[in-house]
Design a protein. Structure first.
Length: 226
């Protein structure tokens, strides 16, 4: 991995350390690094060539609406999804078993790059389409039984910048103002490692002022076979 410049963010969301960086240079923001949890963002992760190729590919996918039941009612979120995976892998998401497609050319290229760089074994991707700021996802942890426990989760952003929030899972540990806010922009790779999914929840909140599209690719390591 090449030289990465860093920014550290406190639990209150304030920046503690910054370094000057060149425009479009790759740099890292450390969000959480304690108690066996690590969350950080690598900005400008992909080359312009791969980013542009991936954007064209993602924008031409035919996304599907995903409905789920909650409190006896059926909900259909505004965001839409598609799944991709290695052969023989499936994933249970929002109470539904997700059938997945084979990797597209540039999704495979992105997955292989992340696996090679971070020595991970990511084998599944959930691609989500947020048409505007009204599309959101509520508080949750990526802690389904299908996931290899403690495995890294990688989340790549394309399109509009959106807020990503983190808070403690344990409500007794939550204090007013201690929600961590992170802006995820195009070409940002968010990585969550260790015990993060056991200790924290995250969400993408509604942002009415955001009028443009965002796509998110979340890579996981799944152990349950079809």
């Amino acid at each position: 991995m090449g030289k990465v410049k860093t920014t550290t963010i406190s639990s209150s969301g304030s920046v503690r350390k910054t370094r000057k960086r060149k425009k479009n240079s790759r740099f890292e923001r450390i969000i959480i690094n304690s108690h066996g949890c690590k969350v950080y963002v690598i900005s400008n992760y992909l080359s312009s060539r791969l980013l542009n190729d991936l954007k064209v590919e993602i924008k031409n996918l035919e996304f599907q609406s995903l409905s789920f039941k909650m409190y006896g009612k059926t909900f259909t979120p505004k965001r839409k999804t598609l799944s991709f995976s290695d052969t023989g892998i499936s994933y249970r998401y929002s109470g539904t078993n997700q059938a997945s497609s084979s990797w597209t050319l540039h999704l495979q290229e992105l997955k292989d790059k992340i696996n090679s760089e971070f020595k991970s074994m990511l084998n599944f991707a959930l691609v989500q389409s947020y048409p505007d700021g009204k599309a959101k996802i509520g508080w949750h942890s990526d802690d389904e039984s299908d996931l290899v426990e403690g495995s890294m989760i990688g989340s790549f952003s394309i399109g509009s910048t959106r807020k990503f929030k983190l808070r403690y899972k344990d409500s007794k540990k939550r204090k007013k103002g201690n929600v961590i806010n992170v802006d995820l922009a195009e070409n940002d790779l968010l990585l969550m490692k260790g015990k993060t999914q056991k200790v924290y929840q995250h969400c993408i909140p509604k942002q009415e002022r955001v009028k443009n599209h965002r796509w998110n690719i979340t890579f996981r390591n799944i152990e349950r076979m079809c």
